[in-house]
Design a protein around this ligand. Structure first.
Ligand code: AVI
Length: 721
């Protein structure tokens, strides 16, 4: 033998040993699953979809006998010619078979004979595989083993269904409970989508339905990091989920009514609450365990109720391939219903001959499930694996992983519309930790509340800045050219503007920019009335977004005005971006008057954001009232507490809304979970040193020309150029 021949022989010897070893292990695993069952347990059939364990043990053996031994082992003698008929499942090309619903009537052969049949086939398979087989035979054996592993799961599904019918509610045994995820609010994996590839690649076994690997387009989406829990499903039931046709697909509603669905398949109301039947017997429902044994119809209705949706199978697979580290319970808990119909992939062709009936002919009317379950044979599933069932079926270990579209990206200019509010709320409440940008505080009521804050004894900022501006206005005025346009960023009530206008009558125009149209219009009208010589041009837009001034304003010398320490409501990088943008809007020759609150005693700052009269608390909670009103929200305002805290590391005051209890709340068509104590971070107010502001200005291309500081509590006004 040449050395290449020797190497080939050694390789094929190893391959033979590997295949034989795997054959023995898989066959033994089937018997291990049957071991806790009595002979009687193994004969009964509880419904047409479920088969007796004895039938499974015989059928998987029939598969090897029919597709491997009869074709590839010369002189193979079938154990019993009658078995070709008895244990054929659905292979038309092989011949007739008993009706599916009659498998429980096969009392003969006995279980002992079926076990003898298995030994007969195993001995022949040892001979065939042991002597080394061709690639084609090896592929058939590998398919037979994957097939047997599928039946190992079916054995447990079918036994559970059988035992669930029993008044004794017997336990099958331990070892097959679904994996639980860390309890707590639902987190989301973020996926960009784009053109992605799905389907089984080269190397390793796969079923034909996982091929061809192909490209598909996904829009940006989010996939839940864990499965839906029993506790969440109970909330769906308690909210009338099974009685609300608007949540259900039409076929699903009809089926749920016809079959009187009130809960997942194995739930039962007991004296002390819900009970759930599982392989360990009937037990009190564990709210943190994943929900199991729901149909596609129920999964879809639940998703509609929660304001989310089921993922497509491409979304599921792409996430499992690229972000498996953030997704719990992928393969060890429950198969996850997808929104995808079970169809051949582009270019799919079923194999020639009888085994071509394995998957392809079921590609009609069924839905795909992805992942794997607690009852799945270990190592059997993979990211490209496509399980499939009819949408009404419930006895498999089927659960739910939710998905949602990623909110549309920030659209740039003038994000003041209802869609922008909706997107920010959806995005912010879906994130962890939850947050909502503070600019949404300022609806009409929020603007009024902010004006009231400015009058509060604890809120020193406005008084300190106003007094300072009044004192330094002549010095500022001396620097303002004739006919200049004063452009105010985030003008609100334009209260401090008057100090500058009074001191600098040479100002020819005023351009207030504010997101709150109501506050803007009132303020602009009042300034126009009080300063009749002034050209007033109000701009209702987000002052942080780019946007030009009118040509008339661009023809004037320009002075920016940004008082109130609103700059502190932005993180430093964002503050730099805003200051840069102000330079673009105002032009190179412009000047800029900036008001900023300075760092001081934490107690002084904290009181300013948590006043005794509760006005700031009302201002903070008004955000929830706005969501309720504008986005069909259902926030209970009393269930959230206002919290203001000093974050010394970041040098900022923070405002939060703290959930007083665990709760689920609807907003903008979605359901959001809050753990007790979980917060929505609603605002930062950075507090600065003079050096901080000089640094920010420098990064944005401005030069610090002059600065003035008020007596304590210290507030500063800066002149930039
Ligand atoms: C508008 N902005 C500067 C105020 C601040 O102090 O951050 C908003 C505010 N939040 C609570 N009280 C006032």
């Amino acid at each position: 033998m040449s050395s290449t021949d020797e190497a080939r022989a050694r390789r094929s010897g190893l391959a033979t040993a590997g295949l034989l070893d795997r054959y023995r292990k898989v066959r033994a695993a089937s018997l291990a699953r049957a071991a806790p069952l009595s002979a009687e347990d193994q004969v009964a059939q509880s419904m047409p979809d479920a088969s007796p364990c004895k039938w499974h043990l015989a059928h998987v053996t029939w598969f090897f006998e029919t597709f491997v031994l009869a074709e590839h082992l010369s002189a193979y003698q079938p154990y019993d010619p009658a078995f070709a008929y008895l244990f054929n499942s659905y292979y038309e090309a092989v011949g007739p078979r008993p009706p599916r619903g009659g498998r429980g009537l096969i009392t003969r052969p006995s279980l002992a004979e079926v076990l003898a049949y298995r030994r007969h086939v195993d001995a022949a398979m040892e001979r065939l595989v042991g002597r080394g087989c061709s690639g084609a035979v090896e592929r058939l054996v590998t398919l037979g083993l994957a097939h047997e592993e599928q039946h190992q799961e079916l054995i447990l599904m079918d036994v559970l269904h059988l035992f669930a019918q029993s008044a004794l509610k017997p336990a099958y045994g331990p070892g097959f409970v679904p994996a639980k995820a860390k309890p707590g609010p639902l987190g989301w994996a973020q996926l960009d989508g784009g053109i992605v590839e799905i389907g089984a690649g080269e190397g390793g076994f796969c079923f034909d339905n996982e091929t061809p690997r192909h490209r598909t387009i996904l829009r940006p989406y989010r996939l839940a990091e864990r499965l839906v829990t029993n506790g969440e499903w109970r909330a769906f039931i308690d909210d009338g989920g099974y009685d609300r046709p608007e949540l259900w697909l039409s076929d699903g509603w009809a089926r749920s009514r016809a079959e009187h669905w009130r809960a997942p398949l194995y739930w039962e109301r007991g004296e002390g609450g819900w009970l759930e039947m599982g392989l360990e017997g009937q037990r009190p429902l564990d709210p943190d365990a994943p929900v199991l044994h729901v149909s596609h119809y129920e999964a879809d209705a639940f998703a509609a109720w929660s304001g989310r949706r089921l993922p497509t199978e491409a979304e599921w697979e792409h996430a499992a391939m690229t972000q498996a580290q953030s997704l719990a319970q992928l393969y060890d808990s429950a198969w996850q219903w997808t929104a995808s119909a079970y169809l051949g992939y582009p270019g799919f062709a079923a194999a020639q001959g009888a085994v071509g009936e394995y998957n392809g002919k079921f590609m009609s009317g069924q839905m795909v499930l992805r992942g794997g379950a607690c009852a799945t044979a270990p190592g059997h599933a993979r990211a490209s694996y496509r399980n499939f069932f009819y949408p009404h079926q419930r006895w498999m270990f089927g659960g739910v992983r939710l998905a949602q579209d990623a909110p549309r990206r920030r659209s740039g200019a003038g994000r003041t519309g209802a869609d922008d509010f909706r997107n920010d709320v959806l995005e912010g409440l879906s994130a962890s930790p939850k947050s909502i940008p503070p600019k949404w505080f300022y609806d009409a009521r929020g603007s009024d509340l902010f004006e009231a804050i400015c009058e509060l004894p604890e809120y020193y900022l406005t008084r300190a800045e106003t007094a300072l501006l009044a004192r330094i206005a002549p010095r500022i005025a001396a620097r303002i050219p004739k006919g200049a346009a004063l452009v105010e960023f985030g003008s609100g009530a334009s209260a401090k503007t008057r100090l500058v206008l009074d001191a600098a009558p040479q100002i020819g125009a005023y351009v207030p920019i504010d997101i709150s149209r109501s506050a803007l219009e009132t303020a602009a009208a009042s300034i126009a009335a009080d300063y009749p010589a002034l050209a007033v041009e109000a701009l209702a837009r987000d002052f942080t977004a780019p946007g030009d001034l009118s040509e008339a304003m661009q023809a004037r010398p320009r002075v920016g005005f940004f008082p109130g320490s609103t700059i502190g409501n932005f993180a430093p990088d964002e503050a730099v971006r805003i200051l840069m943008q102000a330079r673009t809007v105002l032009g190179e020759a412009a000047q800029f008057i900036l008001g900023a609150d300075l760092v001081k005693e934490p107690a002084v700052m904290t009181a300013a954001y948590d006043d005794a009269a509760g006005v700031t608390a009302a201002f903070n909670r008004n955000l929830l009232a706005r969501i309720n009103r504008e986005l069909a929200g259902a926030f209970d305002l009393e269930a959230f507490e206002h919290r203001a805290l000093w974050n010394a590391v970041e040098s900022r005051m923070e405002m939060h809304l703290v959930s007083r209890r665990a709760q689920s709340t609807r907003a903008a068509g979605r359901l959001f979970d809050f753990a007790r104590g979980e917060t929505i971070h609603t605002e930062n107010s950075y507090k600065f040193t003079v050096e901080d502001i000089a640094g920010l200005a420098r990064r944005a291309g401005w030069r610090l020309v002059e600065r003035w500081i008020s007596p304590p509590p210290a507030f500063a006004v800066f002149l930039l150029a």
